[in-house]
Design a protein around this ligand. Structure first.
Ligand SMILES: Cc1cc2nc3c(=O)[nH]c(=O)nc-3n(C[C@H](O)[C@H](O)[C@H](O)COP(=O)(O)OP(=O)(O)OC[C@H]3O[C@@H](n4cnc5c(N)ncnc54)[C@H](O)[C@@H]3O)c2cc1C
Ligand code: FES
Length: 253
């Protein structure tokens, strides 16, 4: 784990207040894995006081990429960074996705900004496995396809792709998908992850999800990020240290 001040290379607005931040951070780029995250101090000043967690979105050589939308003060500050500004990064943190294993096809299920960890995931899987990406959002404005492969889209209002939520989209395709050796990888709002858990339980599918909650330290000291666990002696696990990626059967979201 490093704490570094890393220079911004560029900030790209992908669409509709959704940004990519490209940062030169060779120490972190060389060791970070898909699904792991960084705890970012967005400003030199004491406001905002707490770091903000962001999944690694992609890695290219010595550069790391973060994807975010403007939600509050922290992300507003990040969106106004310029080339050469230094950003204080703590990471890599947490446990990411397990890409290895007994499957031939990775099924990505991403809702809204939940797509953020998957460009790097897709890059790392490369040609070693097939990938199908199911991407959902409320409207076409929420659909992000940056860095993704073999995409099928759903929107709640039907403005792009199939009308409905992304878990319904997977369900519509489940019999075809189940004819392959698949593993599901999900990230998105909690309501989406709960629906995905039901689907995976009823079809007995292997699935890992990246979870989110408010965080402070980011590495297991403050105990501020509990998630209820099942199949384990501890009643609670910590999202920052034991996750953010969990087997979907092992946590109550
Ligand atoms: C492991 C992990 C990885 C993450 N990866 C990404 C990522 O790749 N891209 C991205 O855009 N965001 C990601 N997030 C969420 C991100 O950390 C928050 O959106 C960010 O902290 C908001 O900061 P802010 O100062 O702009 O908003 P704040 O001022 O802190 O919050 C604005 C509003 O959003 C709510 N909020 C803050 N954090 C969350 C959250 N995690 N879930 C739901 N509501 C929240 C607050 O309660 C408040 O109402 C991740 C969170 C975790 C825990
Ligand atoms: S954020 Fe402090 S223990 Fe998880």
């Amino acid at each position: 784990m490093f704490i570094i001040k890393a220079p911004v290379e560029k900030v790209i607005e992908l669409k509709n207040h959704i940004f990519i931040l490209k940062i030169f951070a060779s120490e972190i780029a060389s060791i970070i894995n898909p699904g792991e995250f960084l705890n970012v101090k967005v400003a030199e000043s004491t406001f905002p006081l707490l770091r903000r967690p962001f999944s690694v979105c992609d890695v290219e050589g010595d550069f790391i990429f973060l994807m975010f939308n403007i939600l509050g003060e922290g992300t507003k500050i990040l969106a106004h960074k310029h080339k050469g500004d230094l950003i204080d990064l703590l990471g890599p943190l947490g446990k990411g996705f397990n890409l290895e294993g007994d499957y031939d096809t990775a099924i990505i299920v991403a809702g809204g900004l939940g797509v953020a960890p998957f460009p790097y995931f897709t890059r790392k899987i490369g040609d070693s496995k097939e990938i199908h990406s199911f991407i959902g959002g409320k409207t076409d404005k929420d659909i992000i396809t940056y860095g993704m492969k073999n995409i099928t889209i759903s929107t709640d209002d039907g403005s792009l792709g199939i009308r409905g939520n992304v878990v319904e989209l997977v369900e519509q395709n489940i019999e075809r998908l189940k004819s392959e050796r698949i593993k599901i990888f999900g990230c998105g709002p909690n309501a989406m992850l709960r629906k995905l858990r039901e689907l995976c339980t009823s079809h007995n599918l292997n699935c890992e999800v990246s979870t989110e909650c408010a965080m402070a330290c980011g590495f297991g000291i403050c105990q501020g990020c509990p998630i209820e666990s099942v199949n384990s002696p501890e009643r609670y696990k910590l999202v920052c240290k034991d996750g953010p990626v969990f087997n979907i059967k092992d946590v109550i979201i």
